[in-house]
Every structure is written in structure tokens, then in C-alpha cells.
Design a protein around this ligand. Structure first.
Ligand code: ZN
Length: 130
């Protein structure tokens, strides 16, 4: 069974903390020892695990991604969002987290982030517990 939930984003580039939502799915699954795969079924979004203490880390990361991958005039993709596709592939569309004693094994300062690179949109997150 694949668990799904939606994330509404408000900006073109944005990182949304989805840790609690994934935690809830892990808890409800009843799986004690296993893995959780978090998958983003989009080509202009991604998922990453990073610092959850200082919001400025997410601001710095999103600003850096915008500077790292600017919108180039020579991009041929007619939709006009090649930069979003490149950012999505750089971060990747899935993450795997270990489950031990019914809980995700994450570092004290680690959170799971949905990464929007072509918002605002309503997006899907898929979670498979094994
Ligand atoms: Zn496109």
C-alpha cells in the first residue's frame, strides 16, 4: 500500500517541512523495524533531508538553488521551466529513512523537506513503508 498526501506550496521555490506527516504515516503503519521510502511523483519538485532548527538554512538553500540554476535564454523546453526540472534532478525525487522501534531514525537536527521548484502548486507526496 502506498500512502499519499498533498502539499500546497506558496512560492516558486520553497522547502516545506513534511517530517510530522511522514512520522504519522510511519506510526499508523505499525511497522517496528523497516524502511520508509518518500517519493515525489513530479518532475519539477524534489525531497531532501536537512536542518530543521534554523529556518534561514531553507532560505539560503532555496536562494542558492535559484542562483545555481538561473533561467537561461537558450533553454529550448517550451514550458519555460527547464531550471525547475534541473533543480528537481539535482535534489532527487526520493529519500529512504530507516525505521527502528516504530520510529524514523533521523538525526536531532534532521527534517524531511518537500522541495518546490515550480510553484505555487498543489503537489503529491507518496510514502511506502516496508
Ligand atoms: Zn516543464
Amino acid at each position: 500500500m502506498i500512502h499519499k498526501f498533498e502539499v500546497k506550496t506558496n512560492f516558486r521555490t520553497e522547502m516545506v517541512d513534511i517530517t510530522r506527516k511522514v512520522e504519522e504515516i510511519v506510526r499508523n503503519s505499525g511497522v517496528n523495524d523497516g524502511i520508509a521510502v518518500i517519493h515525489i511523483p513530479h518532475t519539477t519538485a524534489a525531497v531532501t533531508i536537512n536542518e530543521n532548527a534554523d529556518r534561514d538554512v531553507q532560505r539560503d538553500m532555496t536562494k542558492f538553488m535559484d542562483e545555481l540554476v538561473p533561467d537561461k535564454s537558450w533553454f529550448r523546453h517550451s514550458e519555460g521551466n527547464s531550471d525547475s526540472h534541473i533543480k528537481s534532478s539535482l535534489f532527487g525525487c526520493s529519500q529512504t529513512v530507516i525505521i527502528e522501534n516504530g520510529r524514523m531514525v533521523l538525526g536531532t537536527w534532521q527534517g524531511i523537506y518537500f522541495c518546490e521548484f515550480d510553484g505555487p502548486r498543489t503537489r503529491k507526496v507518496m510514502v511506502k513503508i516496508m
